[in-house]
Structures are given as C-alpha cells and as structure tokens.
Design a protein around this ligand. Structure first.
Ligand code: FPP
Length: 261
C-alpha cells in the first residue's frame, strides 16, 4: 500500500534556515562585513514576523556555527554583540507576537552578557506558544549527535533505545559543555524537545552555497531542501512565502511510494 504524506502548512511545521551571504552582501556594496550582519538582523526580524503570519510552528535559525570561531575575533565579537542586542530588544516584541525564544548550542564559551541575555529572553518568553523560535548559537550538529550518543551510552540512559527518543536527545538544547554530565555518569537534566523540534520539514539556505555546514544533520533526514542565491539581508516575507509554496508542491514520501490514482 503506497502512502504519501502531504504536510499541510501550519500543522507542526518546522522550518530551519542557514542565513548565509551577509558578508558578500556587504562587500558587493563596498561596506564592511559587520554592516552585512547588521542588515541581516533586520532580515531576522522580518522573517520571524512572517513566520508567525505563515503559521509556522518552529523556526530554527543558524546564527553562529561552532566553526565560526575560526573567524577574526572582531567579527566574532560583533556577531555576539548583535545577538545580545537582538535578544534585549526583541523580547517585548516576542511576547506581543506570541513567540517563544530559545537557544540551542553550547553556552559555556559565550561571553557572559550574551549568556545573561539568552537566559532572560528564554525566561520572559517561556509561556508564548504561537511560534517557537530557536536560535542556534555555537552550534554543531555533529557535536550534538556525539553528545546524544554519549548520553545514550551512559548507564542511566540504557532505556533510551528508540530512534525517536535518541533523535529528541540530539535535538535537546546543549546547556553544558560536551563531556561533562556523561563523564560524571549522572542523569543529565535535559528537557527533551518535542518530536516536532526533532524533525525539520523544510531547510532553506540563502547565499548561493549548496551545503548543510553541520546544521541539524539528524533532524533533516527527511527535510525538503531549498537553496536560494538571495543573500540573507535581502531575504524577507516574499522569499519565505515562495519557499513555503514550493514546499507545499513537493511530495513527501519518506521512503514510501507516490500515491496513485
Ligand atoms: C553567514 O553570513 C551568517 C552568519 C555567520 C551569521 C548570521 C547572523 C545574523 C544574520 C545576525 C545575527 C543573528 C540573529 C539571530 C539576531 P557570512 O558572513 O558567512 O556571509 P558570506 O558567506 O557572504 O561571507
């Protein structure tokens, strides 16, 4: 019996975006790269608002990869500063718009004021339920999988054997540095994310490159992939709308067969 799953928009829809092209956008205009990131923040604001309008349930944005530490210290510093400003300024707007904000990735290497801003934003928006906005900061998908495997191997989690529960461990926010809880052999206090958080439906990458760059590798096993040449600062509600229309046209078979007749 063939089975095709058409995922209607607005029902547990998880969209993830690799926001690439800030630097090139700025360079094309003779501006410093930092200006591209600053304009990129405005795009984040527009896209979050559009995500609420489009009734997306979960939006995960790749804000800082663990490999981005290789960039010059000044660029890393200005990215963290922009993130902190965004968190400080957006909390009120998030609450008004029903957006629950959280961060996935390592926190132990972040500047203290950014850590404080993350905790405050998560606390202030914790009861919002229209859109779940997850920012990936100092995030590496391979590290997240490795960490879940270590947790799985620890005695306390011997029962965690299913693909679904393991996937939720992978998708859990990484509050501690990798290695610590499992080395201690203790049961880590990790809030397991919902199954929807552990499955990406649509993954978009802006900026013309066609790769995943260590972003949500496990979670995107059956994600629909979309790559656009639009640089992130130019991405907005029309581009998101077009991606959602394309997503709706695609047939998701999850390894099954297409429906006939
Ligand atoms: C990739 O562009 C983008 C980043 C490394 C950072 C993305 C950050 C923002 C959009 C701003 C802060 C985020 C939030 C959520 C407020 P790139 O620098 O790699 O561009 P390039 O490939 O053209 O050099």
């Amino acid at each position: 019996m063939s089975k095709v799953v058409h995922q209607p928009l607005g029902i547990g829809l998880h969209v993830a975006i690799i926001m690439d092209g800030n630097g090139r956008w700025a360079q094309q205009r003779g501006l410093p790269r930092a200006e591209g990131h600053r304009t990129g923040v405005r795009a984040v604001r527009r896209v979050v608002e559009a995500a609420v309008q489009e009734r997306i349930d979960i939006l995960t944005l790749f804000a800082f990869s663990s490999d981005n530490w290789r960039r010059p210290t000044t660029e890393v510093g200005s990215l963290f500063e922009l993130l902190r400003e965004y968190l400080d300024r957006e909390v009120r707007r998030c609450v008004e718009g029903g957006v629950r904000l959280s961060v996935i990735g390592r926190r132990d290497r972040l500047p203290a004021p950014l850590g404080v801003a993350i905790a405050a934003a998560e606390r202030a928006t914790a009861s919002q339920a229209r859109l779940r906005l997850r920012l990936a900061v100092d995030y590496s998908s391979r590290d997240a999988i490795l960490r879940a495997a270590r947790l799985r191997a620890s005695r306390a989690l011997e029962a965690v054997a299913t693909r679904e529960v393991f996937g939720r461990l992978v998708a859990a926010p990484e509050l501690a540095p990798p290695g610590l809880p499992e080395a201690a052999g203790a049961l880590p206090a990790i809030p397991l994310p919902t199954p929807a958080e552990a499955e990406v439906d649509l993954l978009i990458r802006t900026g013309g490159e066609r790769r995943l760059s260590d972003f949500l590798l496990w979670e995107s096993a059956y994600a629909e992939l979309m790559f656009t040449d639009t640089m992130w600062p130019d991405f907005g509600p029309p581009e998101l709308g077009a991606a959602l229309r394309e997503y709706r046209r695609r047939e998701r078979r999850f390894g099954g067969l297409a429906a006939t007749g």
